[in-house]
Design a protein around this ligand. Structure first.
Ligand SMILES: [Zn+2]
Length: 222
């Protein structure tokens, strides 16, 4: 179902980390009161293993993360215990999770198994393209933060991460160029410049952009 601001603080997502679209707030959630907890998500996983209503009645858990959990289970040949899957914002805060923890984005799992030690599980996560792996005494945390977000929860891949803030807007500096300073983003110096349209360009309306030739890298995520 669609996100509803009436859900309050429990679902108040932070601004995207470093402006990254990978950290945009979900726009749709599963209502766990309306879906059978025993719903099969993969051959050996059901919904209640990755989302429980006491960690948030409305939940997000992405299919690609379920696929990776199944892959890990297949590799170890038996049960894989998921200690933590989806957490809503307030539950995540209550257990001391980072405010941009991937648990609130539905592509993280804290896992353990009697069939493999934590290091082996972490290595399997790495082999399966995990974006981040963290070792704890009782479990290993793996998430797939760099994988494309599931459109059913997040909308189009081309949706903006957040409305641009005033400091992200281009400014006309004296002379013919507009500059968009990179303030507020983890990108270092300004990356882009636009030439003001000339009168001739105005009659065939195209914005004349001049690439800066500077190498660009996406913001780093933690
Ligand atoms: Zn975790």
């Amino acid at each position: 179902m669609d996100y509803d601001p009436a859900w309050g603080d429990d679902y108040e997502y932070p601004d995207p980390l470093s402006g990254s679209a990978q950290y945009r707030a979900p726009i749709r959630f599963l209502d766990l009161n309306a879906v059978d907890a025993a719903t099969k998500l993969a051959p050996n996983f059901v919904l209640s293993e990755v989302a429980q209503d006491w960690k948030g009645r409305y939940a997000v858990y992405q299919p690609h993360a379920v696929e990776r959990l199944q892959d890990i289970r297949d590799a170890i040949g038996g049960p894989l215990t998921i200690n933590s899957g989806y957490r809503n914002i307030s539950y995540n805060a209550s257990v001391g999770g980072a405010s941009s923890s991937r648990h609130v984005y539905g592509d993280a799992a804290d896992m353990a198994s009697s069939l493999a030690d934590l290091e082996e599980l972490g290595e399997l996560c790495a082999d399966l393209g995990a974006g981040y792996i963290g070792y704890y005494s009782s479990h290993v945390h793996c998430d797939w933060r760099d994988d494309p977000l599931e459109p059913a929860f997040y909308g189009s891949a081309f949706a903006p991460a957040a409305a641009p803030k005033p400091e992200h807007r281009a400014r006309l500096v004296p002379g013919p160029t507009w500059t968009a300073p990179a303030e507020g983003w983890d990108e270092g110096r300004a990356l882009r410049e636009w030439r003001r349209m000339t009168p001739r360009a105005r009659s065939s309306p195209r914005l004349g952009a001049t690439p800066s030739r500077r190498r660009r890298a996406p913001p780093r995520s933690r």
